[in-house]
Design a protein around this ligand. Structure first.
Ligand SMILES: Cc1cc2nc3c(=O)[nH]c(=O)nc-3n(C[C@H](O)[C@H](O)[C@H](O)COP(=O)(O)O)c2cc1C
Length: 301
């Protein structure tokens, strides 16, 4: 089974991707957080760095764009092709209100007629790279999903990642695995399951329910347990030494790039995932003001 590391803006940058690959591995494709496309097509310095070959040496990565404009997307796909990539992703699943109110991300799911005309225009010309898409199963209700699937099934996407919630449901509450089953039944090209795969048991349950599952995308599960992808391939759990190396190397990388304060803020945010609801460790993490005490809180020693 193919494993994608989900894109998470402000978290899964080049430093995290490289350190993760070196220490834990098990991931086939690291997905890049979106480039927010604009009229002028000028990307931010950090977006240019994130997609640069230097930043991603030795990794298989998938760049992503956020736009509702076919011309912007087309120009960006040429840029991505010049950077040496052969596949790129379009985000039509971001649920953030600042994004959807401008009709981007999952805001596109609100207007199926526009979504269809958008893809008609995107695919009217030969694309310089293959295009994949990352979607949700509706804006207000899962009842929108069959209509969205009909649209997605009309175009030659490289793969379709499905976060099995609606925009309204954001990132919490029950997922809708039946929506993924429907995508499999409809013969959507290479569906990738995404949503709340936190443990090896979660993936086992999914593959028991949907044995045709070819690929999964995991985000928060890999932040909580960076060895999860390796374990899904039958490898060992993360050792204490590996976890220490993971946090210390990440901290050093972020400190060199962003300075001490931002690096400590980022590492604490990341550590909220392994710490979870453990009250004692949460308190330790909140009070920690150096990397050593953060690591003690995260590893629980
Ligand atoms: C902080 C944060 C940033 C995210 N940034 C992106 C992004 O840039 N592009 C994207 O497609 N999804 C983004 N997502 C969604 C994740 O890729 C993923 O779909 C989501 O976390 C659900 O998967 P999970 O349950 O395995 O974590 C983000 C999620 C979070 C929590």
């Amino acid at each position: 089974m193919k494993i994608y590391f989900a894109p998470m803006e402000g978290v899964t940058d080049g430093i995290l991707r490289q350190v993760h690959h070196r220490i834990f591995g098990g991931v086939d494709v690291y997905c890049l957080p979106f480039h927010k496309l604009t009229q002028s097509l000028s990307l931010l310095t950090r977006e240019i760095r994130d997609v640069s070959p230097d930043e991603n040496e030795g990794l298989n990565v998938l760049p992503q764009a956020l736009t509702r404009d076919p011309e912007q997307l087309s120009a960006w796909l040429y840029y991505i092709s010049e950077c040496g990539y052969s596949t790129a992703d379009l985000n039509i699943g971001c649920p953030s209100a600042t994004v959807t109110k401008r009709g981007r991300g999952s805001g596109l799911l609100r207007d199926p007629d526009y979504l269809r005309s958008f893809f008609d225009r995107v695919f009217a010309n030969t694309l310089p790279v293959s295009l994949s898409v990352k979607t949700r199963i509706g804006y207000d209700s899962p009842e929108e999903w069959p209509g969205i699937l009909d649209i997605l099934a009309s175009y030659p996407f490289a793969h379709v990642t499905i976060h099995t919630r609606t925009t309204r449901e954001q990132y919490t509450g029950k997922t809708h695995p039946e929506a993924f089953e429907l995508a499999l039944r409809k013969g959507i090209p290479h569906p990738v399951y995404n949503g709340d795969l936190r443990t090896t048991d979660d993936v086992k349950q999914l593959t028991e329910r949907c044995p045709e599952t070819e690929a999964v995308m995991i985000g928060r599960g890999l932040l909580a347990d960076p060895a999860l992808a390796r374990r899904l391939r039958g490898g060992p759990e993360a050792s204490g030494d590996e976890l220490e190396a993971w946090y210390n190397t990440l901290y050093r990388g972020w400190k060199d790039r962003f300075g001490e304060t931002i690096a400590l803020g980022r590492i604490k945010k990341l550590m909220e995932w392994p710490v979870g609801e453990d009250i004692r460790r949460k308190r330790l993490l909140r009070r920690a003001c150096d990397i050593e005490s953060c690591v003690r809180a995260a590893i629980g020693e």
